[in-house]
Design a binder for this molecule. Structure first.
Ligand SMILES: NC(=O)c1ccc[n+]([C@@H]2O[C@H](COP(=O)([O-])OP(=O)(O)OC[C@H]3O[C@@H](n4cnc5c(N)ncnc54)[C@H](O)[C@@H]3O)[C@@H](O)[C@H]2O)c1
Length: 376
């Protein structure tokens, strides 16, 4: 456990921190991934596939069971592309199906007895929750409830059961909170989209299950995650597709928006760190914790578009003489959107000595390079 409240010099080694000032070595983690069976939901998704890849490459785990329903909310080819690499590992098993299917989830738990569960399957996106709310209730509410129930019953008859449940929440739970940066100590009772309401509900459900059945659970509020093979429904990817087709991109709130863009590799490091540490009991004795994972550096939307343009030209996705100004339209705010997202990551730094730090330019450069290769 990291000690709080004093300045110190530390270096991280594999499973511990060395504190030079105090000459102490103390363990940061309390859970080994080595030899474990890990159940990852949303395994063909952007974040899920990258987490599986990192675990398969870097951690000596026994088995990852990944589930995904491969829905067509966005191009299924991308999901298949991400899966292709994962299924080449002998210790990766893919199940195509929905977490909303209770019998299927129960069967997976009975057969594989996962030690750690990482729930990333969800209907993502704020705007789509206006047009297709059913998908959010099915995957984010019913699906997550099935995962919690399966975790609960994993301890039946004295079984060791699930050692840690890690699940995706979202920065959208902060709604239109005025206080920035957003801290996990802030009240988040005013969601402005159904998507945000489902994510906040997940945190409440997890708390109740952690309290009732002693399931160690950690929720992660991700802030605008981007990178190679990311989600085409997100601005950086959607803008690129449109610009390439010669269409006009819409910049919401007339460009007066700020986003804490977080590069995928930073998210992966954060999630894998978190998986290795179950929360200590809180003041109510509940092993429950929520962290923000964000870059802690919000970028203006217009600056973001500017950097994206430059990197698309550098990667030769778009020609040098592309008339960007002719393909931009400044439009009002969309329902469900918020003006700013800005993560306070002090707790992440305190508990793991880690903070996302990939610059937007570097991250967009890697995205543009990947885009060029993938689509040509
Ligand atoms: N990417 C971000 O910026 C961001 C920000 C905040 C929170 N999140 C959350 O992180 C998680 C992962 O997001 P992502 O960006 O990788 O999204 P994604 O859409 O790429 O991944 C989610 C995956 O879950 C699958 N899925 C959806 N419903 C399912 C169901 N009922 N059963 C099985 N699989 C199902 C989808 O097919 C998809 O492959 C989600 O919970 C999302 O809400 C993401």
């Amino acid at each position: 456990m990291i000690l709080h409240g004093f300045v110190r010099v530390t270096i991280k080694v594999r499973n511990s921190c060395v504190d030079f000032k105090k000459g102490m070595v103390f363990s940061m983690y309390n859970l080994e991934l080595k030899g474990k069976t890990i159940f990852v939901t949303g395994a063909a998704g952007f974040i899920g596939s990258n987490i599986c890849k990192a675990l398969l490459k870097d951690e000596d785990i026994k088995l990852i069971v990944g589930i995904d329903n491969m829905n067509d909310y966005y191009d299924v080819n991308l999901k298949e592309y991400r899966l292709k690499e994962l299924v080449s590992y002998n210790n990766f098993k893919f199940v195509k199906g929905s977490i909303a299917d209770k019998a299927l989830i129960d069967n997976i738990f009975n057969e594989y007895k996962p030690d750690i569960v990482v729930n990333l399957a969800a209907q993502a996106g704020v705007r789509y929750s206006i047009t297709n709310p059913d998908a959010y209730i099915e995957s984010n509410m019913l699906g997550f409830y099935n995962i919690l129930e399966a975790c609960r019953h994993s301890y039946d008859n004295g079984a060791k059961g699930v050692e840690h449940l890690v699940y995706a929440s979202s920065s959208s739970v902060y709604g239109t909170n005025k206080k920035i940066p957003y801290s996990t100590q802030d009240k988040v009772d005013n969601p402005v989209s159904l998507y945000a309401a489902t994510k906040k509900s997940n945190e409440l459900f997890a708390h109740a299950y952690s309290k009732l059945y002693n399931i160690p659970s950690t929720g992660l509020r991700f802030f605008t995650v981007y990178g190679p093979a990311g989600r085409p429904d997100m601005a950086y990817f959607g803008f690129t597709n449109k610009l390439l087709k010669g269409e006009t991109i819409q910049i919401f709130n007339y460009g007066n928006c700020k986003r804490d863009f977080t590069y995928i590799d930073d998210i992966v490091t954060g999630v894998v760190n978190v998986m290795k540490k179950t929360p200590d009991p809180n003041e109510n004795g509940v092993r429950y914790k929520v962290y923000n994972i964000g870059n802690n550096q919000p970028e203006n939307l217009l600056d973001f578009v500017d950097i994206l343009q430059q990197e698309l030209v550098n990667a030769e996705v778009l020609p040098k003489d592309y008339d960007f100004e002719a393909h931009k339209e400044l439009v009002p705010m969309q329902p469900g959107d918020v003006e700013i997202t800005y993560a306070d990551v002090d707790e992440l730094v305190n508990d793991f000595g880690f903070k996302p730090d990939t610059s937007l330019r570097e991250g967009l450069r890697r995205f543009a390079k990947w885009y060029k290769e993938f689509y040509s």
